[in-house]
Design a protein around this ligand. Structure first.
Ligand code: KIV
Length: 275
């Protein structure tokens, strides 16, 4: 059986940490399935898969293509799919229609959207329609132009108070969980202690109820930049480069393909007539 919103609630009440990673494709999803609690098909695919530089140009169709492939690669891990920039802000109808498309066309278990009190009407409408919603506060990448870049949020008492109020607001609107991105660890700890729903940190310190990282960051396969909060759990990027170089060399010196990786035929002699 798949993990669900109930798993999140149970883990928070039992004090068990929730592990999440982003994922965007079938093969990687199969490797993650059963080994972590939940996957986010993040709109960070704009950076890591499409090379767009940020998440602003990502479309609902992009999210559906990648989201559906991740769902197909998993059996037990819960899948959350991001709602991209401007897919839930224009009107309530548009927000519900797009969230409905993401749920129906990917078969995921929940969606995520960015923002606090200002997106609570959308969160409530989606939850009323039976769509589980994960909220996202702090450094919300869809607002980088408003923030003037990727900056740590909630650093002053006033900013921390606003974050706490937003966290209460999304919980009240029905969100089952909230991502806290790039905020001081003591602020994330305060919010976590006040909320009934689990907090998932990314650059939010150890006290969050769970953690999430972009999988290419933790494997060292995305090299454009490495945020301070990223820990590299393996350097697969380096291994990939080694393998690409070894392949190039073997193709050039004709050691690949060898007999083991080639097909033979019984009557090879007959081919001579065709030369
Ligand atoms: O898009 C994404 O990958 C995210 C995570 C960083 C939380 O929103």
């Amino acid at each position: 059986m798949r993990n669900s919103v109930l798993t999140f609630q149970k883990m928070k009440s039992e004090g068990k940490k929730i592990s999440m990673l982003t994922c965007y494709d079938y093969s990687t999803a199969k490797l993650m399935d059963g080994n972590i609690d939940a996957i986010l098909v993040g709109d960070s695919l704009g950076n890591t898969m499409l090379g767009l530089g940020d998440t602003i140009p990502v479309t609902v169709d992009n999210m559906i293509t990648y989201g559906a492939s991740v769902v197909r690669g998993t059996e037990t891990t819960m899948i959350v799919v991001d709602m991209p920039f401007m897919s839930y802000q224009v009107s309530m109808e548009q927000a519900l229609e797009n969230a409905g498309r993401v749920m129906k066309e990917t078969h995921c278990q929940a969606i995520k959207l960015e923002g606090g009190a200002r997106v609570c009407p959308q969160i409530k409408a989606m939850v009323d329609a039976g769509i589980p919603v994960m909220a996202h506060l702090g450094l919300t990448p869809q607002s980088i132009n408003a923030f003037g870049g990727c900056r740590v949020q909630g650093k002053t008492e006033d900013a921390a108070k606003e974050l706490l109020e937003d966290a209460y607001a999304v919980q009240e609107a029905g969100a089952f969980s909230v991502v806290l991105e790039c905020i001081p660890a003591p602020v994330a700890a305060l919010i976590t202690s006040k909320l009934d729903i689990p907090t998932i940190g990314i650059g939010g310190g150890t006290e969050c109820d769970g953690q999430i990282l972009v999988y290419q960051d933790m494997l060292g396969t995305f090299t454009d930049y490495v945020p301070k909060f990223v820990k590299q759990f393996a350097n697969i990027g380096e291994e990939m480069v080694k393998a690409f170089k070894a392949y190039d060399e073997e193709v050039k010196n004709k050691t690949f393909p060898d007999d083991e990786h080639s097909f033979q035929m019984k009557n090879e002699e007959a081919l001579k007539r065709l030369y």
